[in-house]
Ligand binder design. Structure first.
Ligand code: GLN
Ligand code: ZN
Length: 760
């Protein structure tokens, strides 16, 4: 068989989230292990068949997982952290590693490159001895073979595996364990070689799309020089994605691997690194694996033609740019979507067809009537999309072009004086990040309203009641700046997306985020505008209930962008600015309605950072510009807050400073006052609210503990610069946890203030 098409990997959660449901039922004891296995088997078979029927030649196995592929690789290496080793049952142990139990904390989880998928971080130690457990890999291959499919086996490559792991013994980095890990991979290749006459193995090495060191490149060379020696009948592909990997390509060219998988969508520069591929196969990712727009066949063919100026055409295999894990399954359930919008979209299933058809067009395979029609339809859709008034809104574009005021013009020093005169908050002002517990009742209220089961009046009465209680509670415990609690918001991005023009929402566009958890990102398809105010009603209602100041609460443009599927016919910077302009109108309206503090949450600001250093200045420039546009209407005495949910600011502190928010609240509780030092080091002038307790755990922090934390903060920054708040919003917590925690926080603040006064 001649291989012309490939898919880097396929989603596993199931088009109706069958795996999610099975997993969660298994965890709660509602179904047995064999039932979970049965569902898993059915899903794998279905997904393999889909790919086969769509004409995909290289179909993956081992892309399936009950939780995560990095965790599966940990099992493959028998790199089980010590605290789980006493769990005898393998399944129980696997899920405990992922999710923890009352005796063992779960393994850490973190973002897979710049996607919203999270992987389990392996914990390695020089004391451990690794050994091969290839069961899952071999079994899945045979499972597919039973239905007549010889798969390409997907495995996380050794260098990437080590790069994304952490050392839990004190000394040294993870690469020092390379010589322990590589022999296991070699043995794996030997076992794989016995599966069949010829077996394809795809090693994922995406770490090479980052700026890599010569040490990493040496390891790459060593790994693939040796792995290729282990068996003649195992054809090795090394795949990278999300950016270019020219340095790695340059190394891999000199190893006898069979093929290289490169991303030509997010790694355009890959075009410059493929001249010397010689007779290696090039698995060319030209169908976007992480966005949901219909492929432009004409452009893809042009791109492939360009590639074939450098690589022998026979050696080019058409593929997705990365695993389709990052896109939803299928459009077939989207019966509520705008008709035009639906024609512009392509999910995993539709992308299989695209890969197949593009390959046929490129390789000059004779098309059947159906394919001919599809090719014509594609051209038609692209043309119509290009001029659709649902996408292109002249008013939005010209407003952006003619934007005069793009930032606040007053200096922070003057602003803060004016603000303090009006706002009169004390030093160490106590506040929260915005949301209060999302109770089952409040979720039901929103759901009932959305489904038209209750009247608008009934809904609004319920929301108001929640706000009343929130305000009363905050007054009672004596917080200084209050919030309305965000009961009307299901999600901090979706809420705004639903109110803005240019956003669409799918019914079944689920994407795995981690384990059984899926998210359904909004779709930004057109120019963005705000038909009417989005938050003014609820914020002003809350403000009317108290003499204290209530913060207005908006989600920032970069966060909205990073948690959505974004149109690809405009630069992200432009989309971000469009959102910013829409939000700036909200700032104007809030301000005119008498709101004196407005917080713009940029929870995902850091997530959007480019993988390559070269691209960072550009990102920072437009991200900051967008934020500044949002707050540009703010008067001198209107105080602008922002919130970011993480604790690593060292490399972005100058950018944070450039955003020029009057107050920033950040996550600090778990890192003591370490993080704050960088604010001091650069002479950060604006005010800072470092979280004094961790909201990710149900634990109620004691007064003394918070006092201690505040005192630690005071060692770094002066009291006049500090605010006191929790690490993040409280929506995931229960009232029983939030009430005593905030009470203790408020009490602790008072005590510290008193101590400070006495000491003066
Ligand atoms: N204002 C939001 C909240 O409190 C911020 C959430 C976040 O940063 N993730 O929920
Ligand atoms: Zn947060």
């Amino acid at each position: 068989m001649e291989i012309k098409t490939s898919i880097t990997g396929f989603p596993r959660i199931g088009e109706q989230r069958e795996l999610k449901k099975a997993l969660e039922s298994f965890w709660t004891g509602k179904i047995s292990l064999s039932e979970l296995e049965k569902t898993s088997h059915e899903l794998k078979i279905r997904h393999w068949n889909y790919q086969k029927e769509s004409g995909i030649d290289l179909i993956s196995s081992n892309d399936f997982s009950w939780y995560d592929n990095m965790l599966d690789t940990v099992i493959m290496l028998n790199a089980i952290p010590e605290r789980f080793r006493s769990i005898a049952d393998e399944t129980e142990r696997y899920f405990t590693m992922a999710r923890g139990n009352k005796d063992c904390v779960a393994m850490e989880m973190t973002k897979w490159f710049n996607t919203n998928y999270h992987y389990i971080v392996p914990e390695l130690s020089s004391k451990d001895e690794y050994s091969l457990n290839a069961d899952k890999i071999l079994d899945e291959y045979n499972e597919a073979k039973e239905i007549g499919i010889k798969t390409k086996i997907n495995i996380v490559g050794p260098v990437t595996f080590l790069a994304l792991s952490k050392r839990v013994d004190e000394t040294g980095g993870t690469y020092q364990l390379f010589d322990k890990v590589l022999p296991i991979y070699k043995e794996l290749i030997r076992q794989i070689s016995e599966l069949d006459d010829n077996v394809y193995v795809q090693f994922d090495e995406p770490v090479f799309v980052k700026d890599t060191s010569s040490n990493e490149l040496n390891l790459l060379k060593k790994a693939y020089s040796e792995l290729t020696k282990c068996a003649d009948n195992v054809k090795i592909i090394v795949a990278t994605y999300f950016e270019h990997s020219n340095e790695a390509t340059n190394i891999l060219i000199d190893t006898p691997i069979w093929g290289i998988g490169l991303d030509f969508i997010y790694g355009k520069q890959n075009l410059n690194g493929i001249e010397t591929l010689k007779d290696k196969k090039l698995i060319a990712g030209v169908v976007d694996g992480r966005n949901i727009w219909v492929n432009n066949f004409e452009k893809s063919i042009a791109l492939l033609n360009k590639i074939s100026e450098k690589v022998n055409k026979e050696n080019i295999i058409v593929s997705s740019s990365c695993s389709l894990l990052h896109v939803p399954y299928s459009l077939k359930y989207e019966d509520n979507l705008d008709d035009d919008l639906k024609t512009w979209l392509s999910f995993a299933m539709e992308k299989l067809d695209e890969v197949n058809l593009i390959s046929k067009l490129f390789h000059g395979v004779k098309l059947c009537e159906g394919d001919k029609q599809k090719a014509i339809a594609n051209k038609d859709v692209i043309e119509k999309k290009g001029v659709s008034l649902k996408i292109h809104n002249n008013a939005v574009q010209s407003r952006l072009k003619n934007l005069v005021k793009k930032e606040r013009t007053d200096k922070f020093e003057d602003r803060i004086k004016a603000q303090k005169a009006v706002l009169k908050y004390p030093e160490l002002a106590a506040t929260t990040i915005g949301s209060f517990p999302q109770t089952p009742e409040i979720r039901k209220l929103r759901r009932d309203y959305k489904n038209n089961n209750i009247s608008k009046e009934f809904y609004e009465t319920g929301i108001k009641e929640y706000i009343d209680n929130c305000i009363a509670f905050q007054e009672e415990i004596g917080l200084d700046v209050l919030v309305h609690g965000e009961p009307e918001r299901n999600d901090m991005v979706e809420y705004f997306g639903e109110m803005l023009d240019g956003f669409g929402f799918t019914k079944n566009g689920w994407v795995q985020s981690y384990g059984s958890r899926c998210v359904k990102p909004p779709v930004i398809y057109g120019d963005i505008s705000r038909p009417e105010p989005m938050t003014v009603k609820w914020i002003t209602y809350a403000q009317s209930k108290t003499e204290k100041i209530v913060k207005g609460m908006l989600t920032g443009p970069v966060t909205i962008l990073n948690w959505s599927f974004v149109r690809d016919d405009l630069p992200r910077s432009v989309v971000s600015e469009q959102i910013a302009v829409a939000l700036s109108d909200e700032v104007t309206d809030l301000q005119n309605a008498g709101i004196k503090i407005i917080q713009i949450d940029e929870a995902a600001f850091k997530e959007g950072y480019p993988l390559r250093k070269d691209n960072i200045p550009d990102y920072e420039e437009w991200a900051v510009r967008s934020f500044k546009i949002v707050v540009s209407p703010a008067k001198m005495e209107t105080q602008i807050h922002t919130h970011m949910c993480y604790s690593e600011f060292n490399d972005i502190i100058k950018t944070i400073e450039a955003m020029d928010a009057d107050v920033i609240s950040i996550e600090t509780a778990r890192s003591g006052n370490e993080l704050l030092k960088v604010f001091k080091a650069i002479g950060y002038k604006q005010e800072v609210g470092p979280g004094v307790y961790d909201i990710h755990s149900p634990r109620v922090p004691g007064i003394d503990e918070i006092v201690k934390q505040i005192n630690a903060l005071l060692e770094v920054l002066p009291q006049k610069q500090l605010w006191i708040n929790p690490d993040c919003g409280l929506k995931t917590r229960k009232w029983e946890e939030v009430k005593p925690s905030l009470k203790n926080m408020a009490f602790a603040v008072k005590q510290v203030r008193k101590d400070l006064k006495e000491r003066r």
